[in-house]
Design a protein around this ligand. Structure first.
Ligand SMILES: Nc1ncnc2c1ncn2[C@@H]1O[C@H](COP(=O)(O)OP(=O)(O)OP(=O)(O)O)[C@@H](O)[C@H]1O
Length: 315
């Protein structure tokens, strides 16, 4: 669906985005993450054809954005970070104008506007002037224009911006619904948003791609926490000899109870490892109290990815 190759953008001499490459399949929800100034908005502007790259290319649906921008933009919905919404217009007039810019014909236009207004729950404010709306409602108007005409690709720069928790949940449901027929790329600072919505994450750091991974692979734990009775056997040494175990760390030994952290080798199936570990503990004569996968902390993973690029950037 999207192929981005060595995308680079300078503002004067400042490199905002450097040699970013990735491909996204149809109907995925991909989160674009990064600290302030990491380059998210610059990437999104380039993907939507509103900013020219200094070098590199973007292909969408097999077409080159640099030569087929108008055609691509008809099938693309873009929610910019700072909405270029006209304060003196009513929602009705603005959406009519946005639909016209998208090249929708009269009959399609009416249907598309009705769908957008219903999906963003703007019906009750349809004839209100945009300038009088709250930040959250303005954001919804921005989303309404982005989804006009059922785009195949949606680029949403901080869609949760300015929304209260209830509106945010509604937004997430809408994004999930839209993703049944569109590819969605959204930028966010909020980890719960990524957790709740995204199948894949791209992390930008200092304009470079620091991480590109399915979320499930990031969540996958390679550590188990074990508690067992302390029967005077050297359980850490015994478990360290199991082929699935890369390292054993003793966390606590109180009240005749051992707490161990067990790191598995890469590629080891959690079920196989857990079966072997529990068998080894029981056969040693100790009582197994618990054996649970340790949750990987997404915030921590992102921090590490950003630190690594920061280090290589500074080097
Ligand atoms: N028009 C501009 N002129 C000069 N520098 C710019 C311009 N727009 C962005 N930059 C710089 O490019 C870098 C990337 O900015 P960008 O807005 O893409 O980051 P971001 O990840 O979207 O940040 P935020 O989360 O704060 O919106 C920053 O160093 C920023 O200062």
């Amino acid at each position: 669906m999207i192929d981005v190759d060595l995308l680079t953008r300078y503002y004067g001499k400042t490199p905002a985005v450097q040699q970013v490459s990735f491909s996204i399949d149809e109907r995925q929800i991909v989160g674009l993450l990064g600290h302030n100034g990491a380059g998210k908005t610059t990437v999104m502007k380039m993907l939507s054809g509103y900013l020219e790259p200094s070098s590199g290319s973007v292909h969408i649906g097999g077409k080159d954005l640099s030569s087929d921008a108008r055609e691509i933009q008809r099938k693309l919905g873009y929610l910019p970070e700072n909405l270029p919404i006209y304060p003196e217009m009513s929602i009705a007039d603005y959406l009519d104008y946005a639909a016209h810019l998208k090249g929708l014909r009269t009959d399609e236009k009416r249907r598309a506007i009705r769908y957008s207004v219903d999906a963003t729950e703007l019906g009750g404010r349809y004839f209100d002037t945009i300038g009088q709306l709250s930040r959250g409602f303005k954001q919804r108007v921005g989303v309404a224009q982005a989804i006009l005409g059922e785009p195949e690709l949606l680029i949403l720069d901080e869609p949760g911006n300015g929304l209260d928790p209830e509106q945010n949940e509604h937004m997430r449901q809408l994004v999930r619904e839209l993703s049944s027929r569109a590819t969605v790329i959204l930028s966010t600072h909020i980890m719960q948003e990524v957790d709740a919505l995204c199948e894949r994450v791209l992390v930008l750091s200092n304009g470079k791609l620091a991480l590109d991974s399915p979320l499930a692979a990031l969540r996958e734990s390679r550590e188990l926490l074990l508690t067992a009775s302390d029967e005077g056997i050297n359980l850490p040494a015994l478990l360290a000899r199991l082929p699935q175990i890369a390292a054993v760390e003793s966390l606590d030994t109180t009240d005749n109870k051992l707490t161990l952290s067990l790191a598995l080798h890469e590629g080891t199936a959690m079920d196989t490892a857990a079966g072997n570990i529990s068998r080894a503990v029981v056969e040693s004569g100790a009582k197994l109290y618990s054996l649970t996968p340790q949750q990987r902390d997404l915030e921590q993973i992102f921090r590490e990815a950003v630190q690594e690029t920061g280090a290589s950037h500074a080097a």
